[in-house]
Design a protein around this ligand. Structure first.
Ligand code: NDP
Length: 294
């Protein structure tokens, strides 16, 4: 069994990005600039956004953090997004999810200029991913494929089972894994209404779990030699830790890992890859890689 070290791989990628930014600057270019919008004070969301802002610094990017109170109205938030759209200094925009219930997430995401939608959540980018056109691929699926590629693990023709069908993880992961000349895998998506879940998981050469249920995947649900990418991150109270909690993945790691050929840990697996892929998308935005400058 080998650990897929997302933390180390992500550090390497950020160094590669920094080198490219320095080259861009030397050639008279501008620093990539990410705007991150967060609403409210949820601890996990604040941590995720702080990690993204720190990654911007690591990569030599500019960043703008816009934090609003829970009481912000949908109309006011839409206006803030539109201001970022119009701001020519800003290359990429992300809105940290989830948003408070009185704000329609779909409306906010659709309001982001899809050419600055470095999370790849806008319907334009989602649609382009499905039909194989250039686009921002959302960071978690992109991070999964990048991690597999850097460890020389082929997905072509493999049976890939994706546990979870959310718009931000499960569905785009399935889309990327099946996409021609990308994942090229045979993909099954499972969710809370799926029948024979264990039997389906036992078929997997590659198992991607994104359900947010700690230790859901047990050793009897996987075949020997499987590759597992555990996306799940759940905070579980733990008074022995200084933060008062620890992070658990969807996989019962201690019992499952010995049966795997490769597995990601939680933390230190796909989480850091998600952040470095967001940086790659922001660099692509600054370079107009997917959408030419008008
Ligand atoms: P959602 O809650 O949006 O989706 C969860 C999915 O899991 C749903 O499709 C749901 O099915 C399915 N599901 C839940 N319980 C079961 C079950 N018992 N059996 C089968 N399917 C089930 O979560 P997200 O996709 O946003 O996040 C999933 C996890 O990934 C979370 O722990 C989150 O924190 C983490 N995450 C990690 C990231 C990273 O960078 N590593 C990035 C984003 C998320 P149904 O559709 O039927 O309800």
């Amino acid at each position: 069994m080998q650990i897929l070290d997302g933390k180390q791989t992500s550090e390497t990628i950020k160094q590669e990005i920094l080198a490219e930014v320095e080259q861009l600057m030397a050639n008279g270019g501008k620093r990539p600039h990410l705007a991150a919008i967060i609403v409210g004070h949820d601890g996990a969301s604040e941590t995720y956004v702080a990690n993204k802002v720190k990654a911007c610094r690591d990569c030599g990017f500019d960043s703008t953090l816009l934090q609003f109170e829970d009481s912000i109205s949908e109309a006011e938030l839409l206006n803030e997004v539109k201001k970022c759209n119009r701001n020519e200094e800003i290359d990429g925009i992300i809105v940290q999810l989830p948003l408070p219930h009185h704000i329609n997430e779909h409306k906010i995401i659709e309001a982001i200029d899809y050419k600055k939608d470095v999370d790849g959540f806008h319907p334009e980018n989602v649609g382009r991913l499905y039909i194989g056109m250039p686009c921002y691929i959302s960071a978690t699926p992109k991070g999964i494929l990048e991690l597999l590629t850097r460890y020389h693990i082929s997905t072509k023709g493999k049976k890939c089972v994706v546990l979870g069908r959310s718009n931000i993880v499960g569905k785009p992961t399935a889309a990327l894994m099946m996409q021609k000349d990308m994942g090229d895998a045979t993909v099954t998506i499972l969710h809370s209404h799926s029948q024979n879940l264990k039997e389906e998981c036992l078929q997997a050469d590659i198992l991607v779990t994104a359900i947010g249920q700690p230790h859901f995947v047990t050793a009897d649900m996987i075949k020997d030699g499987v590759v597992i990418l555990d996306i799940g991150i759940t905070r579980v109270a733990d008074s022995t830790r200084s933060k008062g909690y620890r992070l658990l993945g969807d996989v019962d790691f201690d019992n499952v890992a010995p049966k795997c050929s490769y597995i990601t840990p939680v933390p230190g697996g796909v989480g850091p890859m998600t952040v470095s892929m967001l940086m790659l998308n922001t660099l692509a935005a600054a370079k107009h890689t997917y959408y030419p400058k008008e």
